[in-house]
Design a protein around this ligand. Structure first.
Ligand code: HEM
Length: 175
C-alpha cells in the first residue's frame, strides 16, 4: 500500500461492499453504551493477553523484560478511547485518516521502539477478533430481542472488518 492510496475512497468502497448501512450505524450507536460500560475490563483482558505472547509482550516491557506500567496504561487509554469512538459509527473521511494514522504507527513505531519492528499483522487481526467475540457476547447478554441482537452484532462485525482493512492496508503492497 503506497501513500498514493486514496484512503477515503477505499473506505467508501468497503463500506458499500459490506453493506454497512445507515441502519447498521444506528444499531451500533444505540448499543455503544453496553460496550462502553465494559471497555476497561475488555482492554485489561486484551493487554493481559498481549503480555503473555513474546511477539506482543516486547512492545510493553523494559529492556530487562519488566512490565512497563506507564506505557501499558497509556496504551490502554488509547484503546479505550478507540473503542468508545467506534460507537459513534463515523465512517467518513476523518475516520479514514484516523485509522490510517494508527496503521502507520503500528507499521513504523516511534524511534525509541523501532528496534521491535512493526506490530505483527496477525495480532492486529486477532485483536479485531477479540473485540468481535466480546461485543457479540455482550450484545447477546444485554439485548433480549434476539432479532435485534443479531442485527446489532452483524452491524458491529461489518464496522470492525472495514476498520481491519484500513489498519492492515498500510502493510500491503496492493492497491
Ligand atoms: C484492533 C487492533 C488495534 C487497534 C485499533 C489499535 C489502536 C491503537 C491506537 C489508537 C494507538 C495510538 C495511535 C496514536 O497515538 O496516534 C496505537 C498505538 C500502538 N499500538 Fe495499537 N492497536 C491495535 C492493535 C495493536 C496490537 C496487536 C499491538 C501489539 C501488541 C499494538 C501495539 C501498539 C503500539 C506499540 C503502539 C504505539 C504506542 C506509542 O508508543 O505511542 N496495537 N494502537
Amino acid at each position: 500500500m503506497t501513500s498514493a492510496t486514496d484512503w477515503p475512497a477505499r473506505l467508501a468502497e468497503m463500506v458499500y461492499f459490506v453493506e454497512l448501512t445507515e441502519e447498521d450505524r444506528q444499531l451500533i450507536r444505540a448499543s455503544a453504551p453496553i460496550i462502553n460500560k465494559h471497555a476497561r475490563s475488555l482492554t485489561d483482558t486484551l493487554y493481559d493477553r498481549f503480555l503473555e505472547y513474546p511477539k506482543t509482550r516486547k512492545f510493553f516491557v523494559t529492556e530487562t523484560d519488566e512490565e512497563d506500567e506507564e506505557r501499558i496504561e497509556g496504551n490502554k487509554q488509547t484503546m479505550i478511547r478507540w473503542l468508545r469512538d467506534r460507537g459513534f459509527a463515523d465512517v467518513g473521511d476523518s475516520f479514514a485518516r484516523y485509522v490510517r494514522a494508527i496503521g502507520m504507527m503500528h507499521r513504523n513505531l516511534p524511534r525509541d521502539r523501532a528496534q521491535h519492528g512493526p506490530v505483527p499483522s496477525q495480532y492486529v487481526i486477532a485483536t479485531i477478533s477479540f473485540y468481535q467475540t466480546a461485543i457479540a457476547t455482550l450484545i447477546s447478554q444485554n439485548i433480549p430481542d434476539t432479532d435485534l441482537a443479531t442485527r446489532t452484532t452483524i452491524a458491529w462485525n461489518k464496522l470492525l472488518v472495514v476498520e481491519l482493512d484500513m489498519l492492515l492496508g498500510v502493510y500491503l503492497n496492493d492497491k
